[in-house]
Design a protein around this ligand. Structure first.
Ligand code: AOF
Ligand code: ZN
Length: 369
């Protein structure tokens, strides 16, 4: 096989591995969801593995177990550099050497201090040919939460916005307006399932009385932690959010000055209070995000409202914008907008996806990591 045929083949297998890695997105705790494919000398996939639910075992060990003796002389496709450390499991790089794999093709590098190049070194010292950086950007797209939490000590922040045809996210005082259709809504629920946490401001919580869970059939147990920015603790105990706090975690970021009786009532209802002082001010959001990352949250989806979106954009804390645009106009009277949106998109983001969900247009913008 000539080098260009080999690299085309490597990209195809890596694309398949990256698709497989998505299956445990949001289910692997602080570990990234990584995938491995073992392709034998005849080009047949002999083993596949994805980081297990909860984070262990790692992808490589599962793929090697499935491949058994067929791993000898095979190529392993890994979406992240294989680990080099003795954690709860022995290093995956050693396991690949022991199994007699002859080539390893990797996508993203692992920034973890215990790995960071050591994984590749173990492989090379073991006589394995190592190719790195294959479809690295695509792999990094799925690993973004892990990579951003490692480098910036905060979660990856995805701002989800539903815009009317005339550019509004809702209208003052009317509660929830259906801007997008059922297909787009199902997509939002899938995004919730793949996120570690979801955040809204108290304005949205009061106006919409949302529940913010994933309600896709079969994925009802995949709801993320829900977080409300509620400095003065205005969230009613009989809101849907608080009423469901016993089954899906509800964290409230409140000021230390908030009414102790309200605090007590919310805690008694099952809510957890975040220590970070937030009032949506410029300095409070970065601290809150630091705190969330320290607690293991790597991916955060922000679902409203306009004030929270503006504050995050102004602080350069948004990594991804998921924009759903419906076909109907709301009309400018009382229309709620995020005025900074288009200038921030133009300045910092590139278009990563442009597709349709039913009658709605979906555009996803990403900021390079
Ligand atoms: C791999 N394959 O499938 C994943 C890796 O706590 P531990 O011992 O499980 O180690 C967590 C680290 O392992 C994590 O920070 C990252 O460096 C790596 N994740 N590595 O070889 C995998 N999920
Ligand atoms: Zn490993």
């Amino acid at each position: 096989m000539n080098p260009s045929e080999q690299s085309a083949l490597d990209r195809r297998y890596m694309a398949a591995a990256i698709r497989l890695s998505r299956s445990h997105q949001g289910l692997t705790g602080t570990n990234p969801s990584v995938a491995t494919l073992i392709v034998d000398r005849d080009g047949v996939i002999a083993g596949r593995g994805v980081t297990a639910i909860g984070g262990r075992p790692h992808a490589e060990t599962q793929a090697l177990a499935e491949a058994g003796a067929r791993a000898r002389g095979a190529t392993a496709y890994v979406t992240l550099e294989p680990c080099a450390h003795h954690g709860k499991t022995p290093p995956c790089a050693d396991a690949l050497v022991t199994a007699g794999v002859s080539r390893v093709v990797a996508a993203a590098n692992d920034p973890d201090d215990r790995v960071a190049g050591r994984g590749y070194a173990i492989l090379r010292n073991g006589g394995i040919e190592v190719v790195t950086g294959v479809l690295a950007a695509q792999a990094a797209d799925y690993l973004a939460g892990y990579l951003i939490r490692s480098s910036k000590k905060r979660p990856e922040v995805t701002l989800k916005l539903a815009l009317s045809a005339d550019g509004y996210i809702g209208r003052h005082g009317t509660g929830q307006i259906a801007i997008t259709g059922p297909v787009a809504r199902a997509q939002v629920h899938l995004m919730r399932a793949e996120s570690d946490a979801i955040l809204v401001g108290i304005g949205t919580a009061l106006a919409d009385d949302p529940v913010l869970t994933c309600r896709l059939p079969g994925l009802e147990n995949r709801s993320p932690v829900r977080i409300v920015l509620d400095s003065r603790l205005r969230l009613p105990v009989d809101s849907k959010l608080v009423q469901s706090a016993g089954s899906v975690p509800l964290w409230i970021a409140a000021s230390a000055q908030a009414d102790p009786a309200r605090r007590q009532a919310l805690v008694a209802a099952g809510c957890r209070m975040l220590a970070t002082e937030t009032d949506c001010g410029a300095t409070a959001l970065p601290e809150l995000l630091d705190d969330l990352a320290a607690q293991g949250i790597a991916t955060l989806m922000v679902e409203g409202g306009a004030a929270v979106a503006s504050a995050l954009l102004q602080d350069d804390l948004v990594d991804r914008i998921a924009l759903f645009e419906g076909p109907l106009a709301i009309g400018s009277e009382g229309g709620l907008a995020v005025p900074e949106l288009s200038s921030h998109i133009a300045r910092d983001f590139t278009l990563a996806r442009d597709e349709r969900f039913g009658d709605d247009r979906y555009r996803e913008y990403v900021r390079p990591i």
